[in-house]
Design a protein around this ligand. Structure first.
Ligand SMILES: NC(=O)c1ccc[n+]([C@@H]2O[C@H](COP(=O)([O-])OP(=O)(O)OC[C@H]3O[C@@H](n4cnc5c(N)ncnc54)[C@H](OP(=O)(O)O)[C@@H]3O)[C@@H](O)[C@H]2O)c1
Length: 345
């Protein structure tokens, strides 16, 4: 564990750290000669917001094949048509993926086997809500379900597919897989300890949206940092990317904030939020401009940034193991443990 990162964690968690990130971190130019010609990318939730902009920026960089992975055919077609018009040289396909359905996630990962190559995968689809809502089938709280459980399951299922498709030419960059996370994880309330962790995300009593969302992103960070230990970065580079607070996306549009809350948030976001283009650029930095050094890391502000302070404590490492074990148990039905063990071969 890098001591430098550990020491920075307190600063990043502080409000000054937040404003520093939002105001003083500047977008880095793409490395000279960046060209994605011949490459294939998958972006989930790419019909709107950061996902759509990620699709656009990838096409701008000359991407040959783009998979727009969305839950609505109509919204996907609308987005794809815009991209086809702007980038006639890129092939854009709409594939259905509902992150609220394990069957859909499994079918999507299976379908990815049919692609001749996959260079970049961005798991961007995510939600925020203001009220406790259990998933109709799994009964898990919906933000925890979509942002954490479903996203992590898709990442696990895609790993062997990406590995099987890694380019064989010498010096070629391995496939990159990034989970779009959030710096709100710095402010996630601690989990009660000892005892099971994941079940705490399903507690409906005293439900706090400003706890559920950061926690879902914190869990991603703990899990991916452990998952990376099982994956050779020569096979697949897996990391987490944070766009920072961005204005102008659909994020939380259906949240019932009330007029006052929404007005205040919109003003705050308008003053401090990055443009969608800058936020997207920060995500793409993790999969386009960087390489194996990002494996298992949290990428934010065009560099590797620390996980939340708790990650670097003894308790944090115990928490990481518990999150890992409980998550794999949850995914017994999908054979997740075996898939991960097999990545070592
Ligand atoms: N905006 C920010 O300030 C910010 C900051 C940090 C991190 N992030 C993260 O960035 C990601 C994108 O957010 P955004 O701001 O671009 O929000 P957005 O405009 O609301 O985009 C979210 C995307 O996720 C999709 N999605 C939601 N539920 C889904 C499901 N069950 N199955 C498949 N797709 C689903 C949405 O599809 P529909 O259109 O069909 O709903 C939409 O395409 C999220 O993971 C978010 O946590 C955002």
């Amino acid at each position: 564990m890098s001591q430098h990162l550990e020491h920075r964690a307190a600063f990043e968690t502080h409000l000054i750290g937040f404003f520093y990130r939002q105001w003083l971190m500047y977008q880095k130019p793409w490395p000279k000669g960046t060209n994605l010609s011949g490459q294939t990318a998958i972006v989930t939730g790419s019909n709107s917001g950061l996902g759509f902009q990620a699709a656009r920026q990838l096409c701008q960089l000359g991407l040959t094949n783009l998979i727009v992975a969305v839950r609505s055919q109509t919204r996907g077609d609308t987005a794809a048509d815009k991209l086809r018009k702007e980038f006639p040289n890129s092939s854009v396909s709409v594939w259905l993926l509902d992150m609220a359905s394990y069957d859909s996630i499994k079918a999507f990962a299976k379908r990815c086997e049919t692609l001749p190559r996959i260079d970049i995968t961005i798991l961007n689809a995510g939600i925020r809500t203001d009220v406790f809502r259990p998933h109709a089938v799994t009964n898990h709280e919906i933000v925890f379900q979509i942002n954490y459980l479903s996203t992590v399951l898709l990442a696990i299922l895609l790993l062997p597919v990406l590995k099987a498709k890694k380019p064989t030419s010498p010096g070629a960059t391995p496939p990159r897989l990034s989970l779009v996370t959030s710096d709100t994880a710095y402010w996630a309330p601690p989990f009660k300890s000892p005892g099971p962790v994941l079940v705490q995300c399903d507690e409906s009593e005293n439900y706090k949206p400003m706890a559920a969302y950061p926690r879902s992103k914190l869990l991603q960070q703990f899990f991916v940092s452990k998952l990376a230990e099982y994956v050779d970065p020569n096979d697949v580079i897996i990391n987490l990317s944070n766009p920072g607070l961005c204005g102008g996306t659909e994020f939380g549009a259906d949240a019932k904030m009330g007029l006052f809350g929404r007005t205040m948030f919109t003003i705050f976001q308008g003053i401090n939020g990055r443009s969608v283009s800058a936020g997207t650029n920060a995500i793409l930095d993790a999969v386009v401009a960087r390489g194996k050094e990002t494996h298992g890391n949290y990428m934010s502000d065009w560099t590797i940034q620390p996980f939340p302070s708790c990650y670097y404590t003894k308790e944090g490492q115990i928490l990481k193991e518990r999150i890992w074990e409980e998550t794999l148990e949850e995914f017994n039905f999908a054979g997740a443990s075996k898939i991960i063990q097999d990545m070592k071969r």
